[in-house]
Design a protein around this ligand. Structure first.
Ligand code: GDP
Ligand code: IMO
Ligand code: MG
Length: 422
């Protein structure tokens, strides 16, 4: 059996959570492989709305195995809140959620360091989610991290040593005006709560399940443009959000990868700082934000909105070997007489390129647009491709030609049911 991987191809919030929930019935296992509570994955069904941060979006569909892999960074207090919310709404997790002992722990002081680093960057700040993601991955790579498996043995000593090191770093950054007593107490409560779960060597579990013929879906967080290697560096997150991240974040060989689903919005959004060539600062951008309810699921921040960027998408498809595209939020464009798509960039020297350049900072690239007639039809009630207005089918065909990849699923609303397979 192969592992299928589902990834965001833009700057995150493409609708990954919804699609994972929709696809889960076809799989035995759903696994997260990178990121942490910086993610906010929204699912809607039966009139209920859920936002997941660290728990895989396969948790709602039947008795599937859900795995938090080694590539994830986990905040025990936030995980406890999230899990208890699910339990309260009648979703028991304990028998279905496995957590890798190799996943790294986000400490309260990591969140302080996140804030201190941002403050030190001043006007160049990344606009992080403030969840301690960068400092936790930094500790992992510099071989200073604390892992889930560490809570099983002499944990207090290890914690104190890591905390002391962080306090020293905070002093060096002149960031000393804080009191984490309460947060720390809840965090420790989260550690005790975590001990009630099955803490496993998830690489063995995943590979054994594959050998047994089970199917696995990997759920990406963030998006390709936030990938630490290939995104709009340094305005990125601190993990590999591309397909290769599933191999390192779960311990599976690349030859085990099957389909690679790329999730795109019919337009584009970004939260936080950094370049965004197709960003709209006018009424059109505001209209997309209002109609698409484009506000961050984690921080509530306004999402920046713009037209779809096919240069960036071709690049995202290339670096992950995307085999199928899934287009979300098509309905948000229902009302637009004309829809624009960026097909190339004009560079500072006047030349035009379809290849994603090294630097997309403001002033270095100007989008070259193709205008496409809008469908001006309500898509939200449609249930099959046969009902698509011609202009919508033409938009899909245009994107498939430009991206040389089939769009196999189209989403026309936030609900699980508003999903159309082609
Ligand atoms: P994720 O981080 O990729 O899982 O995406 P988010 O959950 O952060 O953001 C996607 C938002 O769009 C959520 O509020 C979803 O409920 C919503 N959504 C998903 N698909 C559709 C769609 O097809 N149409 C509309 N209108 N909303 C959608
Ligand atoms: P999902 O999984 C959108 C952005 C932050 C910031 C940058 C770095 O819901 O798509 P970090 O806290 O990771 O150090 O912040 O990345 N960011 C996201 N933007 N969706 C996300 O996740 C994001 N996770 C991080 O806004 O610009
Ligand atoms: Mg999100």
């Amino acid at each position: 059996m192969k592992i299928d991987v589902l990834l965001g191809l833009q700057w995150g919030d493409e609708g990954k959570g919804k699609v994972v929930d929709v696809l889960t019935p076809r799989y035995d296992v759903v696994a997260r492989f990178q990121g942490g509570p910086n993610a906010g994955h929204t699912l809607e069904f039966e009139g209920q709305k859920y936002v997941l941060r660290s728990i895989p979006s396969g948790i709602f569909q039947g008795n599937k195995v859900n795995i938090i892999g080694n590539g994830v960074v986990l905040a025990p207090d936030l995980f406890m809140d999230e899990a208890k919310d699910l339990e309260r709404s009648g979703h028991n997790l304990h028998d279905r959620l496995l957590i890798s002992k190799k996943a790294h722990l986000i400490m309260p002081t990591h969140r302080l360091l996140d804030a201190a680093n941002e403050a030190a960057k001043g006007k160049n700040k990344v606009g992080t989610t403030g969840k301690g993601i960068g400092p936790t991955y930094t500790d992992k790579i510099s071989r200073n991290g604390l892992r889930v498996g560490d809570i099983l043995d002499h944990f207090e000593e290890k914690y104190a040593a890591h905390k002391a090191r962080h306090e020293e770093m905070l002093r060096a950054l002149n960031y000393t005006d804080y009191d984490i007593t309460e947060v720390e107490a809840r965090w420790m409560e989260g550690i005790d709560y975590l001990r009630q779960f099955q803490l496993v060597d998830s690489e063995h579990v995943v590979n054994r399940l594959l050998r047994e013929g089970k199917s696995v879906l990997c759920e990406g967080a963030q998006g390709t443009m936030l990938d630490v290697d290939f995104g709009s560096y340094p305005f990125v997150t601190s993990s590999n959000t591309i397909c290769a991240g599933a191999c390192t974040g779960l311990g599976v060989g690349p030859n085990k990868i099957g389909e690679v689903y790329g999730i795109i919005k019919a337009y584009c959004t970004r939260v936080g700082a950094g370049p965004f060539p197709t960003e709209l600062f006018d009424e059109t951008g505001k209209k997309i934000r209002d109609l698409g309810h484009e506000y961050g699921a984690v921080t509530g921040r306004e999402r920046r909105c713009g037209w779809i960027d096919l240069v960036a998408l071709r690049y995202a498809i290339m670096v992950s070997g995307v085999t199928k595209l899934i287009m979300m939020k098509s309905d948000v464009l229902d009302d637009f007489p004309v829809i624009r798509a960026c097909t190339a960039y004009r560079l500072a020297d006047g030349s035009v390129t379809r290849d994603f350049p090294y630097d997309i900072s403001e002033g270095l690239v100007t989008p070259v647009y193709t205008d496409i007639p809008g469908w001006q039809t309500d898509l939200t009630k449609l249930t099959s491709e046969a009902q698509f207005p011609k202009a919508f089918s033409d938009y899909i065909a245009f994107l498939e030609r430009e991206l040389e990849t089939p769009i196999t699923i189209v989403s026309v609303g936030p609900d699980r049911a508003q999903t159309i397979e082609r």
